[in-house]
Design a protein around this ligand. Structure first.
Ligand SMILES: NC(=O)c1ccc[n+]([C@@H]2O[C@H](COP(=O)([O-])OP(=O)(O)OC[C@H]3O[C@@H](n4cnc5c(N)ncnc54)[C@H](OP(=O)(O)O)[C@@H]3O)[C@@H](O)[C@H]2O)c1
Length: 376
């Protein structure tokens, strides 16, 4: 029998691609449960397609689907579950991550916001309970793969690649006029709305920097970002002798998803194979942190530590979603993050402080955005 998998966020971009991977490998994986936010019809279609009845929605519904955070946690804790895929959009994935650890389940993690906000809380528990945690993010999957067979003291630097988003080479003044539609048009990846906006502001790379810090126990000052518009090299690891190893492949999230689910195996994927002869020319350039200051803010938040990355994440989630709703302009996303970093007094991160700071920061940001829209 294959691994029995619960997918949280099954109706989203990563969720649907995870179901595609599971359907392609019935010998390796069996679906054991599905959860989403509010899309009951898609959730029910997915359950019918895989012939399962264990489903949950976060939002209340009139269709008798168990709802609320407890219903999602119940799915995760079921004794017949081996692995939990956490692919919900945002820090809402934190409690399911903690429940998975507590129940001794392996975790495949897409929701980067979980480690950004609470890496200091989550990672000691992962180690203490010897939980298998595999990253789904393509950059972290690449680094995870490059590190196989090496010791931590042999690694000198991690290099995250970034596509640069749809507004690479634009002037800051031009960014003020960007619409949500333009920002949702990503050049190389098809993703959910919030992460696509994060890619356009480059905050996605800032969040990934903090996620990498926790996953690979590497100080942020030993993690660099390089813009690589073709999205073929998914990241690099530099070793103490100066050798650099990178992982390559066409931009298709099903490959890192399969790796995260099947680890430590490497099943035949059936996905399009990358061949250097067919490849576009690969180019690399430094990120423009003056026009796109998000990476700088994330690095600062990581250096300060404690609850500062949680505040940064909450401010960014609120502002990115407000931009998607057309409530604020593009530049106001990073301005909002900056204001929160300047005003938040970081305290040591515990589950309680993280949940409080997340809630309070969102309230502060919503009030700020409300005043801004009144003034506009
Ligand atoms: N997409 C990518 O290529 C990619 C790559 C790397 C990492 N990631 C990370 O993966 C995560 C998911 O991204 P995505 O692009 O798949 O997002 P998405 O397409 O927006 O999907 C989000 C999923 O989360 C569910 N959801 C939202 N709120 C929820 C809640 N309160 N409780 C339970 N489920 C909830 C949504 O359900 P409804 O449909 O019902 O709203 C949907 O299934 C993000 O953290 C992102 O940063 C994504």
């Amino acid at each position: 029998m294959g691994k029995r998998v619960v997918v949280l966020g099954s109706t989203g971009s990563i969720g649907t691609q995870t179901l595609d991977v599971i359907a392609r490998h019935p010998d390796l994986f069996q679906l054991a449960g599905l959860a989403a936010g509010q899309n009951s019809s898609k959730l029910k279609d997915q359950a019918a397609r895989f012939g399962i009845s264990q489903i949950a929605l976060f939002e209340p519904n009139t269709e008798g689907i168990p709802s609320g955070m407890e219903a999602i946690l119940d799915l995760v804790r079921r004794p017949d579950v081996d692995l939990v895929v956490i692919a919900v959009a945002g820090v809402i994935g934190l409690l399911p991550t903690l429940a998975s650890i507590d129940a001794g389940k392996a975790i495949a993690l897409a929701s980067k916001e979980v480690l950004v906000a609470a890496g200091e809380v989550v990672m000691p528990l992962i180690r203490q309970k010897n939980i298998s945690l595999t990253p789904i993010d393509s950059e972290h999957s690449a680094i995870f793969q490059c590190l196989q067979g090496y010791r931590k003291d042999q690694v000198s630097r991690l290099i995250l690649t970034a596509s640069g988003g749809p507004f690479r080479n634009r002037e800051r003044a031009e960014l003020a006029r960007i619409t949500p539609e333009a920002a949702l048009n990503h050049p190389t990846w098809q993703m959910g709305g919030k992460i696509t906006i994060d890619s356009a502001t480059l905050m996605n790379k800032g969040l990934e920097l903090i996620e990498a810090q926790w996953l690979f126990e590497m100080p942020v000052d030993q993690i660099d970002v390089v813009v690589h518009p073709q999205s073929v090299v998914h990241s690099f690891v530099e070793f103490t002798d100066g050798s650099v190893i990178g992982q390559m492949g066409w931009p298709d999230m099903r490959l890192p998803i399969l790796y995260a689910l099947a680890y430590p195996e490497r099943p035949v994927s059936g996905l399009r194979r990358w061949n250097p002869i067919d490849s576009p020319t690969l180019t690399f350039e430094p990120p423009d942190e003056l026009t796109f200051p998000s990476i700088h803010y994330a690095r600062e938040a990581a250096r300060i530590g404690g609850t500062m990355p949680c505040a940064l994440n909450a401010a960014n989630e609120e502002a990115a979603n407000a931009f998607l709703r057309g409530q604020i302009g593009f530049l106001e996303i990073s301005d909002t993050v900056q204001k929160i970093i300047e005003s938040h007094s970081s305290v040591p991160a515990t589950l309680e402080t993280v949940l409080n700071v997340d809630k309070e920061t969102r309230a502060v940001v919503r009030e700020r955005l409300r005043k801004m829209s009144l003034a506009a």
